[in-house]
Design a binder for this molecule. Structure first.
Ligand SMILES: NC(=O)C1=CN([C@@H]2O[C@H](COP(=O)(O)OP(=O)(O)OC[C@H]3O[C@@H](n4cnc5c(N)ncnc54)[C@H](OP(=O)(O)O)[C@@H]3O)[C@@H](O)[C@H]2O)C=CC1
Ligand SMILES: O=C(O)C(=O)[C@@H](O)[C@H](O)C(=O)CO
Length: 278
């Protein structure tokens, strides 16, 4: 029995609120650290074609002996694979590398609006959802205007939008849009991806107040907001630490202090123009 609570996606399936992210983890290292994460109690893993570690991730899942139905596996379609037919081929290849016959969540990694292929691409995701090989489908890095188009021109409302989100980029507009349309908000770089977020004095003070680490209070903030989070670590003690956030609660003063940290600080690419790999 996992210690991580789940949220219910708009198609009724459960998704653990904390998952394990594996960007910048090599294939060999993924085979090891995903195993450490599963032993620690994670049941959800976030990989992507472009991370080049689906094979190692799949090996760790298989080696764990955890029943498939207790795991939640997300992967993503890379920019070079956009378009209906290419997306179907990319999905097959991801399943093969993962060694799975279905994934729990399949995402379009970036909208690439200047290429104007995301609607056709999403229709391929709808097809793999319809045939049962993706229990849920969604997107990543989509702005509200891109989601609007999907909602108007396709049949399945995305279950998830995975976006950059942390205390210095709180994404109020996207979160409100998601809430209105039943789309779950999943936060990437939830700990600020080594940018210094965890040394911000306000966060250090809240951590000291609760006898927790800065990473734990940041993850707790996400969870209290209702976000799904996917912290990455290759450090076993941090892998465990990042899961130990359920025995305490941030109060209104803490939440107000977090709100004041929002400065629109984007660490990653701009979704309106990013098309690396296409
Ligand atoms: N859809 C998208 O476009 C994107 C998705 N993602 C996803 O989101 C995941 C998480 O984002 P990511 O950018 O990796 O960054 P995170 O915000 O998860 O931060 C990871 C960094 O924080 C360190 N860290 C982890 N835990 C702790 C801790 N308890 N105390 C101190 N430092 C800690 C890690 O170090 P160490 O590993 O050395 O322990 C690493 O340097 C990715 O792995 C990926 O799955 C990320 C970027 C873009
Ligand atoms: O990590 C991801 O999921 C990403 O899409 C980005 O990190 C992207 O690959 C990038 O930032 C490249 O500079």
């Amino acid at each position: 029995m996992s210690k991580v609570p789940s949220i219910t996606l708009n198609n009724g399936i459960a998704m653990p609120q904390i998952g394990f992210g594996v960007w910048q983890v090599s294939d060999d290292e993924a085979a090891k650290v995903v195993g450490t994460a599963l032993e620690a109690g994670y049941r959800s893993v976030d990989t992507a074609t472009v991370y080049e570690n689906e094979r190692g991730t799949g090996q760790a899942l298989a080696a764990s002996g955890i029943p498939r139905e207790e795991l939640f596996v997300t992967t993503k379609l890379w920019n070079s694979d956009q378009g209906y037919d290419a997306a179907l081929r990319a999905f097959d290849a991801s399943l093969t590398r993962l060694g799975l016959d279905y994934v729990d969540l399949y995402l379009i990694h970036w909208p690439m609006p200047t290429r104007d292929t995301y609607v056709d691409t999403y229709k391929a995701l709808e097809a793999v959802h319809a045939d049962g090989r993706a229990r849920a489908v969604g997107v990543s890095n989509f702005l509200p205007e891109h989601l609007e188009r999907l909602i108007e021109e396709t049949s399945v409302v995305p279950a998830v939008n995975q976006i950059e989100l942390h205390p210095q980029l709180q994404q109020a507009e996207s979160r409100a849009f998601h809430a209105k349309h039943g789309i779950a908000t999943e936060a990437w770089s939830p700990l600020g991806s080594g940018s210094g977020l965890l040394e911000v004095p306000t966060i250090v003070a809240i951590a000291q107040k609760h006898g927790k680490t800065p990473a734990q209070v940041v993850l707790r903030w996400h969870v209290q907001l209702g976000n799904v989070v996917i912290p990455k670590s290759v450090t076993p003690s941090r892998i465990r630490e990042n899961l130990d956030i359920f025995g305490f609660e941030l109060d209104e003063d803490d939440l107000a202090a977090f709100s004041a940290l929002d400065e629109g600080r984007r660490l990653g690419p701009d979704p309106a123009s990013f098309h690396m790999g296409a």
